[in-house]
Design a protein around this ligand. Structure first.
Ligand code: ADP
Length: 400
């Protein structure tokens, strides 16, 4: 089955066509600057990458351009759109109601809409992508795969905030967690790769990218995760602060005469390693180069990032009363040996030994811990699009 996987942002859209039998990507690309001007990037596997500038006032025009590129007689990978049997959509927030991937109908769209408040940047764009696909490919099944659903197995002691219950009852204020598609995919693949018993396993997944989160996966189910009501909580990220004392917000709002919206913008867009490195950047390649040239702020940013990851790992070992495997994934987890080494330097008490030679590798699946390490540590590239494709095929096949 050929599946179109769509990941809509507010002004961008990433897509892949995946053949579910071979699990190979047949074409991929993105639309950028939707609502501004518009640019399509289309890359058929094994072919030339093409970039086309064209007006994209809404996600409708963007998806239409993707579909036109896919059936282009010269460079398209499809003879006709009929070859696409289903569309899988990444959706940020499914709230507490949508606890698993599902085929999209009006009731699912209504819940995605109800969650606009919880995912104001992503959910409206996700719904636009869904409606554009429904309009342009009528009759094809659309599946929603939520960033939040894998975390719905967390117990109340992990997801409740210690604030008055009326806020939970009234507004469902609680920890939801994100990157769930990645945490599910990577924890499952880790269990397979290491031959662990799925029903008796303790895995910690550190998804370290521009956005970063970590989760404790007990017997294949999420027991805890670092992101919260929104993706701002938890680890230090590229430009997000992660955990901090909420009283900092009041102090800065009062002293800097800024409102809470501006404060949240600063915590989301101007904080994290970007801020700790004195605005040098949020890309770890730049931070590492600067640190090697003696830039102390860049060194502090990397150290603080790794320290926070190590602290979370320690707390999740406590949450699960042990750990069998720790997996690094995401752009930083897959590529930055320096960060992995710094994180693991805190974990000697777990009997973890690092294979320094292996730690030089990047971008592939490999074991990072040495043979005598008590806990296995691996690197395993995430593949959220493939995970969305797999869920889509499973649901669509079951519904036939
Ligand atoms: P997201 O999906 O959250 O945007 P990614 O998972 O793609 O982010 O991670 C992107 C980040 O990965 C970059 O900002 C950079 O910090 C880091 N990264 C990518 N390649 C390397 C590399 N070779 N060495 C160190 N860091 C890298």
């Amino acid at each position: 089955m050929k599946v179109l996987v769509v990941n809509c942002g507010s002004s961008s859209l990433k897509y892949q066509v995946i053949n579910s039998e071979t699990e190979e990507v047949e074409a991929k690309g993105l639309c950028e600057r939707i609502g501004i001007d518009g640019r399509l990037v289309y890359q058929p596997t094994g072919g030339e990458k093409e970039t086309t500038e064209a007006p994209m006032p809404t996600h409708n025009e963007a998806i239409q351009m993707v579909l036109d590129a896919l059936v282009n007689p010269k460079t398209g990978i499809l003879k006709s759109l009929d070859e696409i049997e289903a569309i899988g959509h990444r959706v940020l927030h499914g709230g507490a109601k949508l606890t698993a991937s599902c085929i999209i109908d009006d009731s699912v769209k209504a819940v995605i809409r109800e969650c606009f408040d919880l995912g104001p940047l992503h959910n409206p764009a996700n719904l636009m992508g869904i409606e554009a696909c429904q309009k342009l490919m009528p009759g094809k099944p659309n599946v929603a795969v939520f960033d939040t659903s894998f975390h719905q197995t967390m117990p109340p002691k992990a997801y409740r905030y210690a604030i008055p219950t009326k806020y939970y009852d009234k507004y469902a204020i609680r920890k939801y967690g994100f990157h769930g598609t990645s945490h599910k995919f990577v924890s499952k693949e880790t269990i397979k790769y290491l031959g662990l018993d799925p029903d008796n396993s303790k895995v910690i997944v550190a998804h370290l990218g521009n956005g970063a989160s970590i989760s404790a996966v007990l017997n294949g189910k999420c027991a805890d995760t670092s992101m919260g009501l929104t993706p701002l909580e938890g680890l230090i990220m590229g430009t997000r602060s992660g955990d901090l004392d909420p009283a900092v917000l009041e102090y800065l709002c009062n002293h800097e005469k800024i409102d809470i919206t501006e404060m949240l913008r600063i915590l989301n867009k101007e904080s994290g390693v970007f801020a700790l490195s004195d605005n040098l950047g949020s890309d770890f390649r730049d931070l590492e180069d600067a640190m090697n040239e003696g830039n102390e702020a860049a060194g502090l940013a990397i150290d603080a990032f790794a320290y926070r990851v190590a602290k979370y790992i320690g707390s999740y070992v406590a949450a699960m009363n042990g750990v069998d495997a720790i997996t690094f994934t995401g752009g930083i987890g897959e590529n930055a040996g320096l960060v992995r080494g710094k994180v693991l330097s805190y974990l000697g008490y777990l009997g973890i030994q690092i294979d320094e030679e292996a730690n030089k590798k990047r971008g592939e699946t490999f074991v990072l811990s040495s043979a005598d390490s008590k806990v296995k540590v691996i690197v395993l590239p995430t593949n959220e699009e493939l995970a969305i494709c797999r869920d889509t095929v499973e649901l669509v096949t079951a519904a036939k």
